[in-house]
Design a protein around this ligand. Structure first.
Ligand code: UDP
Length: 238
């Protein structure tokens, strides 16, 4: 591999990335496909942290909209991310990739608690560390969890895997003339309210100078291409 732009990355996987066509919240075939992508880039020598979302199963805000206590719903959402983390771990280990799951909400018989120095050691040993339960508090999202862990683990970039190939000036699924930004500043994302990640996550990345790379993770081989600098993406930076 020629000198990589990024050596250690944090990959944010939204819960919806794990869903299949058939409406299953966690579709084993889809998870296996995502795991194969991740295994490819691990084999190329990248150090990988993963933060998984839970929106395919539950979001506190949706529960609150239907009368549920928001904090309770958010804890349910965080538990959903642990299920997703275990699914990703299982798929990676089935293809021989060593992983550890660390949860921001301690769950001793299921996975490790989040301990930064221990996570660092796992990365040194070549394991992928999957962070679950976001930041561990309600009223946050896993985007904020991803930005926080990227900063704590000194990641060179935050890769946000989505179902579109970057950030557009309008919704590309609705507006045929929408234009993709190859790069865009953190401030522009915040001032124009561009749909990248929550404002708090974008601000945390800006304050810690962590580029956010938005790319389509549904396209086979795209993670490796984007990491190598050849794929289509949008880079949010200063
Ligand atoms: N959540 C939370 N605190 C966190 C992370 C997540 O309360 O630090 C809850 C929140 O209800 C959120 C849900 O977990 O809606 C699932 O996470 P998210 O919506 O970020 O998942 P994604 O959209 O990435 O699938």
């Amino acid at each position: 591999m020629s000198t990589p732009r990024f050596k250690r990355i944090l990959l944010k996987l939204s819960g919806e990335v794990l869903m299949g066509e058939g409406g299953l919240s966690i579709d084993p075939d889809t998870v296996a496909r995502v795991a194969a992508e991740i295994a490819d880039v691990r084999a190329q020598g990248y150090e990988l942290c993963i933060v998984v979302g839970g929106g395919n199963i539950f979001r506190g805000i949706s529960g609150a909209a239907r009368g549920m206590d928001r904090a309770t719903g958010d804890y349910m959402g965080m538990l959903a991310t642990v299920m997703n983390a275990l699914a990703v771990q299982n798929a990676l280990e089935q293809i021989g990739v060593q992983t550890r799951v660390q949860s921001a909400i301690p769950m001793a018989s299921v996975c490790e608690p989040f301990i930064r120095r221990r996570a660092e050691r796992h990365l040194e040993k070549g394991r992928i560390v999957i962070f679950a339960a976001g930041v561990g508090s309600p009223f946050f999202t896993t985007d904020s969890g991803a930005a926080l862990r990227a900063a704590e683990m000194k990641c060179d970039a935050l890769f946000k895997g989505t179902s579109v190939d970057g950030v557009y000036d309008a919704d590309p699924k609705q507006v045929a003339t929408a234009i993709r930004y190859p790069t865009v500043s953190y401030d522009r994302v915040l001032s124009d309210n561009l749909k990248v990640m929550d404002a708090s996550a974008v601000a945390l990345c800006r304050d810690n100078n962590i580029p956010i790379v938005v790319f389509n993770i549904r396209e086979r081989g795209n993670l490796a291409r984007v990491l190598a600098g050849d794929g289509t993406s949008t880079i949010v930076q200063a």
